[in-house]
Design a protein around this ligand. Sequence first.
Ligand code: G1P
Length: 320
Amino acid sequence: MARMIASYSTATPAGPRTVRKAVVPAAGLGTRFLPATKATPKEMLPVVDKPAVQYVVEEAAAAGLDDILMVTGRHKRAIEDHFDHAFELEQALASKGDTVRLDAVRDPARLAAIHHIRQGDPLGLGHAVLCARHHVGNQPFAVLLGDDLIDPRETLLSRMLEVRERYAGSVVALTEVAPEQVHLYGCAAVEPVGEEGVVRVTGLVEKPAREAAPSRYAVIGRYVLDPAVFDVLERTPPGRGGEIQLTDALQDLATDGTVHGVVFDGLRYDTGDKADYLRTVVRLACARPDLGPGFADWLREFVRELEDGARGTRKGRRAA
Ligand code: G1P
């Protein structure tokens, strides 16, 4: 674990954390990526050479969280297998002395204690979080949504944990989006608390129409939640789309002034969106010391070809 985290993240968990557990909802059907997701969970789609969900687990581990609960559904066995040992593969690589690949195979299982639970009925994000109640118990916990991939060089989750330590209650991650994008997110009404990059959340609306949005602050897929959210979720009726919405439960908590927001303007990718998924792969490939330099050279040349109108089909050139 240390090897991968050290090369990818500057996040250093400072001192003991009161938050140890993370919940990763991963029960969605992934319909935006069909047919690729017909037999493969969307969380397992590769981003360079690791499945998207591994980045999320690495992010949690880099922020000091060592217990991760995946809330999955049917057809998600591949996620369980990925974070487990692969005895035969490990044996084969060990006997060849291929320690680099052996580490790559072993790393996912070393990141944290990873648990799995099934959501059963797909009743919404709020319901997925409620499924974690028994495992989490009466302690604050993080929630990381797999479609939002935060660049491994960012330290958003550590900042959120630190804000939770100082303000208690729950903490959401907010990013300013264009008015025409607000309807894709939970949207927050906020007021200042006198600290740069931190706000108090006074209200939340799930996916409002542009005219009804209280601000341009969108909730992105990172939360640090007080266990009080569970009681609220128990009584939260289905909301937008007929689903039990986490945003609605947080709106309830926000009325007590116990929800804060950390404003994030760093690198974030929506791997649930095809075009953004491609951008994610390109960006993270360019950032890799082993692949980046050569790939970036190819990319520059490819862009020149596009500009020339040659579209990579110049005579004698191998389609890479
Ligand atoms: C979920 C939440 C939404 C949040 C978004 C962030 O929506 O319900 O409030 O803004 O994640 O990615 P989803 O994108 O799962 O529809």
